[in-house]
Design a protein around this ligand. Structure first.
Ligand SMILES: [Zn+2]
Length: 267
């Protein structure tokens, strides 16, 4: 069995195919797909989508790219909906949250400050409910690590990891796993491939970030969660392991990062 630890299955790129995509992934052995929210407006959408497929679970959070249009009251809404979702087996984490210092509009001083405020407040919600976080980290590795060290949520995943060994070590010390996906499938991605090959296996989880970050054999087409086994094959080749070893290890790691998922999807 495989787990896709990060998939925007509700994205408009999937049109009315979201449920069919989950079923297709399940046929390929993807027993669980983690669907992160991006803004309060799609909280009910990800919850309903996760409930409507055999292999779905979800996270609630405000994505840094949605911070410009977010209001402070959205944090109250998040806290309330998290409290309610604690009764839902399919709810597994706070996410997607983080800091994006790549997109120019998000790097202006006032917007950097607003991003940091939303990130910290959401880390506090995760800490208060003892929930893991799914983190978006773009040109912001050390700043994300600084705030995570101060607030200390219950671990989680640094998604689409693209940092250094030292930064990887920082996440691992905080109890985080590192998400690897389509970027690792490009032979020119030397740094990411070296990380995937050399980091401790128990720190690695697989993800598609579908419909984005398509692997080399689809690029630039739409990514989908059924690609996880083939992405796992790339990791197996990079590490000199069998496909079964990579499936077992990354599945165990995902369950360790998202403990609420253990009670669910036993197959
Ligand atoms: Zn994402």
């Amino acid at each position: 069995m495989w787990i896709d630890t990060h998939c925007h299955l509700d994205a408009h790129e999937f049109g009315d195919e979201s449920v069919a995509q989950a079923a297709l992934a399940r046929q390929q052995g993807v027993g669980m797909i983690v669907i992160p929210a991006v803004e309060t407006a799609n909280f009910p959408v990800v919850a309903q989508l996760a409930a409507g497929v055999d292999n779905g679970c979800y996270a609630l959070g405000i994505h840094p790219i949605y911070v410009p249009q977010a209001a402070e009251d959205d944090l109250r809404v998040l806290r309330e909906q998290v409290a309610a979702a604690m009764a839902d087996d399919r709810f597994v984490a706070i996410g997607e949250i983080g800091l994006d210092f790549f997109i120019p509009m998000l790097t202006e001083p006032a917007m950097r400050e607003k991003q940091v405020f939303f990130f910290r407040e959401q880390l506090k919600i995760a800490r208060d409910f003892e929930l893991p976080v799914l983190m978006h980290v773009r040109r912001s590795q050390d700043v994300v690590l600084k705030h995570a060290r101060q607030i200390r949520p219950a671990g989680g995943i640094a998604h689409a990891f693209n940092g250094s060994f030292q930064q990887a070590q920082g996440y691992i010390e905080l109890g985080f796993k590192l998400g690897f996906g389509g970027a690792m499938t490009f032979t020119r991605a030397l740094q990411i491939r070296r990380m995937a090959a050399e980091l401790p296996l128990d720190a690695i989880v697989l993800e598609t970030d579908a419909p984005d970050i398509s692997p080399s054999w689809i690029h630039p087409g739409r990514n989908s969660p059924d690609q996880i086994p083939r992405i796992g094959q790339v990791l197996a080749e990079l590490r000199g392991l069998s496909l079964a070893e990579v499936a077992a290890a990354t599945t165990a790691n995902a369950r360790a990062a998202l403990p609420r998922m253990v009670r669910f999807g036993e197959n």
